[in-house]
Design a protein around this ligand. Structure first.
Ligand code: HEC
Length: 147
């Protein structure tokens, strides 16, 4: 049945769509923005937790050789056959991939053809915390892997 009545209904329907769905869409856009901001905040909080745990591990397990600041001047280091790496040295650390660093921390120096004075840590530090240590070392050298 077509007639002026159905035209009115059509306009009413259109008006309904425009007034209802328009604002809903704008609102969901705003909501997305808030969510992205929250996700970002969450990630940076997570990253800070990872780094502070890594710092704890570093002071506990690494600093005796690599030094508290990662400069390679820890007290035990002097008695070793190879000097512990200065982790602030971006020229050297920049040549290592994250995976290389993870391998050395996990399997010790031998895992990367380095000195066995660098001990393995896979049985004393859980994997996610060893990955956190990789991030911490990236902070110490202020560098990323460069070919
Ligand atoms: C007993 C001393 C000792 C301890 C403890 C130690 N390291 Fe080492 N580490 C060394 C020595 C020595 C080297 C250098 C090996 C070489 O040059 O052949 C080294 C090398 C490294 C390297 C390789 C650097 C490169 O050239 O790529 C990384 C990464 C590293 N250590 C991380 C750590 C981390 C992280 C910890 C703590 C979880 C740790 N080390 C604990 C002695 C130690």
């Amino acid at each position: 049945m077509r007639g002026p009545d159905s035209m009115v209904k059509k306009y009413l329907f259109l008006a309904f769509i425009l007034t209802t769905l328009g604002p809903v869409q704008a609102q969901s856009g705003a909501q997305e923005k808030v969510q992205t901001q929250e996700t970002k905040k969450k990630y940076s909080v997570d990253a800070n937790i990872v780094l502070s745990k890594a710092r704890e591990n570093y002071l506990l397990h690494c600093s005796q050789c690599h030094g508290e600041k990662g400069d390679g001047k820890g007290p035990v280091g002097e008695s070793l056959d190879a000097p512990p790496r200065n982790h602030q040295d971006s020229a050297i650390m920049g040549r290592r991939t994250d995976e290389d660093i993870f391998k050395v921390i996990s399997g010790g120096g031998l895992a990367l053809g380095l000195s066995e004075s660098m001990p393995p840590h896979s049985s004393i530090i859980p994997e996610d915390e060893r990955r956190g240590l990789v991030k911490y070392i990236r902070k110490l050298c202020n560098c990323e892997y460069k070919k």
